[in-house]
Design a protein around this ligand. Structure first.
Ligand SMILES: [Zn+2]
Length: 378
């Protein structure tokens, strides 16, 4: 989810990204503030003042969302969880967390850090608003206007995220409490995500209701949030079931072992004609007398222009051992799946003592998942 986007830099080693959909919401918030909110609250403001206030408030709002995500990430980092990136998108921000917390306490601290920072930030903005609202300095009204809205939106963000439906922060808090009270993580996740899906449906119904009562804009918006909540709640539970299914099984359990070794001096044309067309295999360890040198796959072959196939040896086209992503035979299937997803590859070699002893492909994994699913049903 949320692939693509523009990287805008790194904070504490975490890369910050803007998803393309973020630009829509940024424009929408800025426009709403400039054309509707500020003009109705401060009719005496000049157009440039309204525009500057709109852009500045919008930027500070997204900085607040970023800070919220950053607080989650910093707590996670302290607990030894690696954070790949934070992405701002149309419905807020998401931290790309590569693993789940190890204990209920870790999960609780990580989940609560975001809403707490939003509530504190809201308090700070309203504190500033309270301090300057009666001031006679000419710029005071500008500060009052901005801080009031930012205080309100941050408090709303903090409260909304505390709603106890997974994967909202509040749902994670609920899950950590159930986990802490002795429930298994899987059953705690099931409860929290069922509530999450319920809240998602409530939002969808609420949104549809609003559309029919002429608040169509708010209606669509709330419906969209509900749909996102519902689908990510059911998605994250399925993800957990999958992890649970793969748990305890290792790469050597499902790898295919019929890898055909080819010599480094074989030409690509020979490889394609004699091995790929005839036997339908898709990848070949390249090996001479002194062990495996690399692996050649359909993807490597595609990178070589067809007219050179009769001249180029496989050793020139293969991915050499040093650059190869691989797993060990006793690697857990969860790690195998993660490595394949992170590197966007369809198959991964299983390597022992510098020898390719098998391959795990997407088809092996899907097969395994299907069989496990069938076995569970009976
Ligand atoms: Zn959060």
């Amino acid at each position: 989810m949320l692939r693509g986007g523009i990287s805008i830099g790194k904070v504490f080693g975490i890369s910050i990204k803007l998803h393309y959909s973020w630009f829509i919401i940024f424009a929408l918030v800025t426009w709403t503030l400039t054309a509707s909110y500020f003009p109705s609250a401060y009719p005496n403001w000049s157009l440039p003042t309204k525009i500057i206030a709109g852009i500045l408030t919008s930027l500070l709002f997204f900085a607040s969302v970023l800070l919220h995500e950053l607080m989650h990430s910093l707590v996670a980092k302290r607990e030894g969880i690696h954070i790949e990136a934070i992405t701002l998108f149309v419905l807020g921000g998401v931290s790309q967390i590569t693993s789940e917390p190890k204990t209920a306490k870790d999960e609780f601290r990580m989940a609560i850090a975001g809403p707490l920072s939003s509530l504190v930030l809201g308090g700070i903005f309203w504190g500033i608003w309270f301090g300057v609202r009666r001031s006679n300095v000419s710029s005071a009204q500008f500060v009052t206007a901005i801080t009031y809205w930012l205080g309100y939106i941050n408090l709303a963000l903090g409260v909304f995220n505390l709603v106890p439906g997974f994967p909202l922060d509040g749902g994670r808090v609920l899950r950590s409490l159930l986990w802490w009270r002795g429930r298994k993580l899987q059953s705690a996740t099931r409860i929290a995500s069922v509530i999450g899906q319920g809240i998602g449906f409530l939002f969808i119904f609420g949104g549809v209701f609003l559309v029919f009562t002429n608040y169509w804009f708010d209606g669509i918006w709330i419906g969209l949030i509900g749909w996102f909540l519902q689908s990510s709640a059911s998605g994250s539970y399925r993800q957990l079931l999958l992890e649970d299914m793969l748990n305890g099984h290792v790469a050597s359990d499902i790898m295919s072992r019929d890898c055909q070794v080819v010599p480094p001096n074989m030409t690509i044309e020979q490889l394609v004609n004699d091995n790929i067309f005839q036997h339908g295999r898709r990848c070949f360890p390249v090996s001479a007398d002194d062990g495996v040198e690399g692996l050649i796959t359909l993807r490597d072959i595609k990178a070589i222009p067809r007219e050179q196939w009769s001249k180029v040896p496989v050793s020139k086209a293969m991915t050499p051992m040093e650059k190869l992503k691989y797993v060990k035979p006793d690697e857990s299937l969860n790690t195998v799946l993660q490595t394949m997803a992170q590197n966007d590859i369809n198959q991964i070699p299983v390597v022992q003592d510098r020898n390719i002893i098998g391959m795990v492909g997407r088809d092996n994994l899907i097969n395994f998942i299907n069989v496990m699913g069938e076995l569970r049903k009976s």
